[in-house]
Design a protein around this ligand. Sequence first.
Ligand SMILES: [Zn+2]
Length: 97
Amino acid sequence: MKLTAPPHRGRSSASPSLSQTTAPGFLNPNQQKVIAATGARSTSRANQSIYHLRCGLCSHDYGCNGLDIKGRLCPSCQSGVPGEPLRERGPMLDFSS
Ligand SMILES: [Zn+2]
């Protein structure tokens, strides 16, 4: 895993109109971190897809649509609403042969 410090570009004090709340690595004010986009369609909001989020406090993994990331609360330890389903990539993990 490579961690390169991004060059800080124009740190204005004004709130950015386009914040990358769906970018992997984004941490919202509630310590909920974006792990990856799953590409699955959100079940709670039209035209949104589900992102894999992880709680920074209890490491709970869950799904969240793109619109709700910035204010998301952990469904496990912060009484947030239940997460959306995280789908595994393939159903072929049950049998190891
Ligand atoms: Zn949590």
